[in-house]
Design a protein around this ligand. Structure first.
Ligand code: SAH
Length: 253
């Protein structure tokens, strides 16, 4: 008998930003798999087996989960944010495409989560209110040349851009290169939002500009939103400022 595999998004961190459907899928699972810090976010459930692995082992984890589901178990794999955004859902389908025919009979359920860019946007206003794209700066799974080409294309097309995986210990320099690319296409007063550990107790939100961005601290828990030429900053009668991108785009004269 074939079991079920749920690929579940845990959102950015806060408990009340997890969908009820995610809780239900996790509670129903006899086996829970994921990167250790994500599994640690799920309170222990009696009788549930947990399998933690490193964040570079996504494909192996996906195969393990599919094996368990094919053997008839109810299985949940957890990701932070949304499982379809730079996360486990693609690894599961890659494994299915290349795997044994019986994996195609598994009931795979995707449970969406609030991705970091949406949680970050909601903290500052509506920076993603018009056309935008998301780019991972990590060159673990694609060549750095490709990252640069995509940054160049997105900057040239005047998208608002959400940058995931902006910094790691191995590649602290990439973010500077990214800002250089945008500096060639956009004015230096363009808003740049740094949102770190959004919705967690140590959350840090900073609204900078392309001119000051290089001096703002970012780490592996930061998502960066670079505004388009239309993105605006509005002073508040209170702490911080709003950042939004209007619904319209003016056709250049
Ligand atoms: N599936 C996740 C993204 C995984 S890639 C999602 O949809 O959000 C990991 C990257 O996500 C991190 O390097 C960081 O850029 C971003 N991220 C994840 N959680 C975050 C949070 N709480 N605050 C800010 N950025 C976060």
């Amino acid at each position: 008998m074939t079991g079920r595999l749920s690929v579940v998004g845990l959102g950015p961190g806060a408990e009340d930003l997890v969908a009820p459907r995610a809780h239900a899928a996790i509670e129903a699972a006899g086996h829970l798999l994921g990167y250790a810090p994500y599994v640690a976010r799920v309170p222990p459930i009696p009788g549930q087996e947990r399998h933690v692995s490193d964040n570079r082992e996504e494909l192996a984890r996906a195969r393990h989960a599919l094996d368990l589901a094919a053997a008839g178990h109810e299985v949940a794999v957890v990701s932070s944010g949304d499982p379809g955004v730079f996360a486990m859902a693609s690894a599961v389908f890659e494994a299915i495409e290349d795997g044994p025919a019986e994996w195609r009979a598994i009931d795979v359920q995707l449970v969406p989560g609030i991705s970091a860019m949406f949680a970050a946007a909601a903290r500052v206003g509506a920076p993603l209110g018009h056309d935008f794209c998301a780019i991972s700066l990590s060159d673990n799974l694609k060549p750095w040349e490709t990252v640069l080409q995509r940054l160049e294309a997105a900057a040239g097309a005047d998208f608002v851009v959400a940058l995931y995986n902006p910094v790691s210990q191995a590649r602290p320099w990439q973010i500077t290169r990214a800002f250089e690319v945008f500096g060639r296409h956009r004015v230096l007063s363009t808003p740049v939002v740094f949102a770190t550990a959004v919705s967690r107790p140590d959350e840090r939100i900073e609204v900078a500009t392309l001119a000051t961005a290089a001096s703002v601290a970012a780490d592996m828990r930061t998502v960066i939103i670079i505004g388009s030429s239309h993105t605006r900053v509005v002073d508040r009668n209170g702490p911080g400022r709003w950042v939004y991108t209007p619904r319209w785009t003016r056709v250049p004269a």
